[in-house]
Design a protein around this ligand. Structure first.
Ligand code: COA
Length: 339
């Protein structure tokens, strides 16, 4: 089969039980609930349990997505995990998830595009499926951002949360009416220092260089997100406005054709700016930022799942997904809902 259509046939989301409110953050850093709500729209975020890792969140979301599609892990041909907080440097979190789900002998790999990981993953899976490589792909965005946040930095720690979202993608006939329409991806590494997670000794750090294997330092120490918030904000608003225009133009659609905007949930003001550029009312926009904060690569599938479980998606509706991330890496996908 070549140039098949690609459909989301199962979807699931998982948020860890523990909820952290803005009031709790007031006790940690010099901030207020009012400031966080006004500047970001965030009211609370979920925090991973002490004994959980990213793969555990991914497994929970994946189980729901598989059940929703009416299939098991044995029916899957490929598994992709988008994450910026992997369980280990290697093996990939995708192989950990595969094993925890009881799957064997199909390709599994991670992709790293930070908050755009799911949008990148959807584009990658779609391309491979249209080319006939896979019939059923499990794509997961999963993050434990609380583990890499600097809890002393009020400019960043208020923004992030943990969670996972998963979709099952299935190939269908090439003349199907609905399904994935296409994607647009971008990255510009010139901006890489504006938003990053710093580790004192990253895996390829020159400090870890082994002089004839006689020198290696202890690489213990915490990673931490660093961000120039208002510069990120400015570029995000511009690039997201551009990419939604670009994808509509590429696939010959208009903003009035869109039924749902499913944006990356970083900041309500960034979402409002993109919706305004598309002339869309906020009641046609998936909004979870208040409840979840920024869950990085889990944010877009969790927002899509939120629409789904609340019965708001109808077959044939046109959905525009978009995300912006450290790198910077950003992109958008267009999907006609087929469930
Ligand atoms: N509580 C109270 N005050 C805070 C604060 C907090 N949590 N964080 C920052 N401030 C202060 C700053 O110190 C600054 O004070 P100053 O004027 O005395 O120096 C003031 O608020 C304004 O800071 P600024 O950074 O300009 O605020 P902002 O309106 O840009 O909002 C962000 C900050 C981080 C919420 C906003 O820039 C943002 O959301 N950026 C994009 C982040 C993002 O989307 N990242 C992920 C992309 S995937």
């Amino acid at each position: 089969m070549s140039l098949a259509s690609v459909h989301i046939t199962g979807i699931g989301g998982y948020l860890p039980e523990r909820i952290m409110t803005n009031a709790e953050l007031e006790k940690l850093v010099d901030t207020t609930d009012a400031w966080i709500r006004e500047r970001t729209g965030i009211e609370q975020r979920h925090i991973i349990a002490p004994d959980q890792m990213t793969s555990d969140l991914a497994v929970e979301a994946a189980r729901i997505a598989l059940a929703d599609a009416g299939i098991t892990i044995d029916d899957i041909d490929a598994l992709i995990v988008a994450t910026t907080t992997p369980d280990l440097i290697f093996p990939s979190t995708a192989t950990v998830v595969q094993s925890k789900l009881g799957g064997r002998d199909f390709p599994a790999w991670d992709i790293q595009a930070v908050c755009s990981g799911f949008v990148y993953g959807l584009a990658q899976a779609e391309g491979m499926m249209r080319a006939g490589m896979f019939r059923r792909v499990l794509l997961i965005g999963a993050e434990a951002m609380s583990r890499i946040v600097d809890w002393k930095d009020r400019g960043t720690c208020i923004l992030f949360g943990d969670g996972a979202g998963a979709v099952v993608l299935e190939a269908g006939p090439s003349d199907a009416e609905n399904g994935m329409i296409g994607s647009v991806l971008h990255a510009d590494g010139a901006f890489r220092d504006l938003l990053k997670a710093h580790h004192p000794h990253p895996p390829s750090s020159p400090e870890l260089h082994h002089e004839a294997v006689d020198f290696a330092i202890d690489s213990a120490g915490a990673a931490a997100v660093e961000m120039k918030g208002n510069e990120v904000f400015r570029v995000a608003v511009t690039k997201l406005g551009d990419v939604v225009r670009e994808i509509l133009l590429r696939y010959e659609l208009n903003d009035c054709d869109i039924d749902w905007l499913v944006p990356h949930q970083a900041n309500i003001r960034i979402i409002q700016a993109t919706a305004k550029k598309l002339k869309m009312d906020l009641d046609r926009v998936a909004l979870t930022v208040a409840r979840h904060g920024n869950t990085s690569s889990a944010s877009v599938p969790l927002a899509l799942n939120d629409l789904y479980i609340n019965g708001r998606l109808e077959k044939g509706q046109l959905i525009l997904l978009e995300a912006f991330a450290g790198g910077f890496a950003w992109g958008a996908n267009l999907v006609r809902w087929s469930k």
